[in-house]
Design a protein around this ligand. Structure first.
Ligand SMILES: CC(C)(COP(=O)(O)OP(=O)(O)OC[C@H]1O[C@@H](n2cnc3c(N)ncnc32)[C@H](O)[C@@H]1OP(=O)(O)O)[C@@H](O)C(=O)NCCC(=O)NCCS
Length: 143
């Protein structure tokens, strides 16, 4: 799926996670959800989430992406709402999402904020010089 943003390394990483998820499905494995165009059955977006290793109740949205031509039509919002509901129905108390501070990720940051995620921490220059890691989080249940 062409995102218009992720590079080959990112795509390879998603592919590996997808293969792992399909090969060894389990509640602790990566979970994928897709959004499909009803008329064509084309996949127009996907999200990947899972339990954060070494934590009790923290879950992570690893990837979320809408097909370029379908942006701004609610695909990302539906996917994020769906995965939050799924994580909540599992045992998530806290959801985290890591993203970049750079301009191409502005739509992602706005999406997270619109769905109740708060910018919780910033790691300066994490991805590159002037490319910070932003950690968004949402608390579902107080521990
Ligand atoms: C982030 C992404 C998944 C959003 O998907 P989308 O289907 O276009 O988003 P939606 O149409 O569901 O919009 C949901 C909210 O996101 C925000 N948003 C989406 N596109 C936006 C844009 N171009 N500019 C500003 N805000 C935007 C808005 O807050 C919007 O809510 P609103 O319509 O009530 O204002 C999509 O832009 C994408 O795939 N980006 C590339 C991949 C990426 O950055 N993934 C996240 C990496 S951490």
């Amino acid at each position: 799926m062409h995102s218009g943003l992720f590079g080959k390394t990112d795509a390879d990483c998603v592919d590996d996670m997808f293969v792992q998820a399909m090969a060894h499905p389990s509640p602790d494995a990566y979970q994928f959800v897709v959004c499909m165009e009803a008329k064509t059955n084309e996949i127009v977006g996907f999200a990947c989430y899972g339990r954060e290793a070494l934590t009790k109740h923290t879950w992570d949205v690893f990837w979320i992406c809408a097909l370029f031509e379908y942006r701004g039509r609610g695909v990302g919002r539906s996917l994020l709402r769906d995965v939050v509901a799924r994580m909540s129905a599992a045992d998530a108390h806290l959801i985290v999402i890591y993203t970049s501070s750079t301009p191409p990720y502005a739509p992602a940051r706005r999406l997270y904020e619109s769905q109740g995620f708060r910018l919780t921490a910033t790691v300066p220059n994490y991805y590159d010089l002037n490319d910070d890691m932003l950690i968004y989080s949402q608390t579902l249940k107080k521990i």
